[in-house]
Design a protein around this ligand. Structure first.
Ligand code: 5GP
Ligand code: ZN
Length: 112
């Protein structure tokens, strides 16, 4: 989608610190990390948020979770948090589906 920051990052048009890439998924470190390890997993195709997951892209969404498990394992993460903000009230600032993966510090529950 034109003018989408994460579409541009997935396409390599905007530089990022990549941790994983395949045909459909891209993962990269967050520019403003909220934990010692903080990376984002995105689909290369534009989906606005979790609210845009449908039967036709559900396999892709499942693959994103598979990628999280794989990358977290490769990074040696034994405990981590997976977060996806949906909409303004939840704190979504980039309208392209992404899972945050945060690790390396104690975390509180419930999240703020
Ligand atoms: P959200 O607020 O939508 O849940 O998450 C968006 C995330 O994208 C934020 O954690 C923010 O720091 C990150 N972010 C925003 N712009 C960039 C960028 O240009 N590069 C990288 N690597 N991360 C970004
Ligand atoms: Zn996009």
């Amino acid at each position: 989608m034109p003018d989408c920051l994460f579409c541009k990052i997935a396409a390599g048009e905007i530089p990022s610190n990549k941790v994983y890439e395949d045909e459909t998924v891209y993962a990269f470190y967050d520019i403003d990390p909220q934990a010692p390890t903080h990376f984002l997993v995105i689909p290369k195709a534009h989906i606005p948020s979790v609210a845009g997951i449908r039967p036709e892209n559900a396999a892709l969404a499942g693959h994103m979770l598979e990628v999280i498990a794989k990358v977290a394992g490769e990074l040696g993460l034994e405990s981590y948090r997976v977060v996806s903000n949906v909409g303004q009230q939840a704190g979504q600032t980039v309208p392209h589906l992404h899972f945050h993966v945060l690790a390396g510090r104690d975390m509180t529950w419930p999240p703020g």
